[in-house]
Design a protein around this ligand. Structure first.
Ligand code: G3H
Ligand code: 13P
Ligand code: NA
Ligand code: ZN
Length: 305
């Protein structure tokens, strides 16, 4: 069933588990995410970035919204990193039930003002809103405290931001970053900061850049001819700890892309004569589904739907 993001996330924060928001760009990813959720009896958020909406167009948004309605578990269709009011309106018109407005690169007052405008429009049509405060950046352990402070989410500001904007859930910057290179060794995560934010902000909190970039997946990608540098992700224990402290929505894109592409490479390497797309997209879709399921287990959302 198609539900709002808040409906899913409120319960998650209250009960102390996390819900995955998985980025999709095509039919195969969408099927993988929805099938994983149904098999795991897990609520889920299907996330489409502006890039996904551009790439997949009406075909993808139609499929996402209609399949979410038919799903046997709660599904929110979410706009990831909406960059403007116009972009959010497009998502609302397409039937999304959750939107993110990301003005985190603007100054505090502008972020508040722009977010507030989106909240008014989205709430008018029953859609809930994610906003972001702070800069997502991979941070090395040795970086000076004041430097970290300038980038990461300030707890008191977070409280004021949520009160002034009326946003429903908040993306926080606590050390994670997007993509496959999140910092040396075990990337730095500021759990004490998260704890202080959670004490002041009762709304569900969101963790972007949360992919694990599993070494075995990176190795598989490499072994199949893929080229990738010193890729690192967020340690599963760091995710668990963040969920225990108040993170309710966890975004994952990179892990799914890696799995999908590794399997396509492997399959085509093994069968150079193959040119039926179903023969390599099928196994790749299956690999995405397995990653989604293992993320759901880590987040504790299995059996919650
Ligand atoms: O945070 C960004 C997501 O991974 C989506 O990326 O803009 O390349 O679709 P994208
Ligand atoms: P990853 O790059 O770690 O998968 O993060 C995705 C994300 O935050 C999408 O908004
Ligand atoms: Na998002
Ligand atoms: Zn993100």
């Amino acid at each position: 069933m198609l539900v709002t993001g808040l409906e899913i996330l409120k319960k998650a924060r209250a009960e102390g588990y996390g819900v995955g928001a998985f980025n999709v760009n095509n039919m195969e990813f969408l099927q993988a995410v929805l099938e994983a959720a149904e098999e795991a009896r897990s609520p889920v958020m299907v996330a489409l970035s502006e890039g996904a909406m551009k790439y997949g167009g009406r075909a993808l948004t139609l499929l996402a919204v209609e399949l979410a309605k038919e799903a046997r578990v709660p599904v929110a269709v979410h706009l990831d990193h909406g960059s403007s009011y116009e972009s959010v309106l497009k998502a609302l018109r397409a039937g999304f039930t959750s939107v993110m407005i990301d003005k985190s690169h603007e100054d505090f007052a502008t972020n508040v003002r722009e977010t507030r405008r989106v909240v008014e429009a989205a709430h008018a049509v029953g859609v809930t809103v994610e906003a972001e405060l702070g800069r997502l950046a991979g941070i090395e352990e040795h970086v000076a405290v004041d430097e970290k402070d300038a980038l990461l989410t300030n707890p008191e500001e977070a409280k004021r931001f949520m009160e002034e904007t009326g946003a429903d859930y908040l993306a926080v910057a606590i050390g994670t970053s997007h993509g496959a290179y999140k910092g040396k060794g075990r990337p730095f995560i500021d759990h004490p900061r998260l704890e202080r934010i959670a004490a002041l902000v009762p709304a569900p909190l969101v963790l972007h850049g949360a992919s694990a970039v599993p070494p075995e997946l990176v190795e598989r990608f490499r072994a199949a001819g893929g080229e990738i540098g010193e890729a690192t992700g967020i340690h599963p224990e760091d995710i668990k700890k963040a969920i225990a402290l108040g993170i309710a929505k966890i975004n994952t894109d990179t892990d799914l892309r890696l799995a999908f592409t590794a399997l396509i490479r492997e399959t085509l390497n093994k069968a150079p004569k193959e040119f039926d797309p179903r023969k390599y997209l099928g196994p790749a879709r299956e690999a995405v589904k397995e990653v989604v399921k293992s993320r759901m287990e880590l987040f504790g959302s299995v059996g919650k739907a």
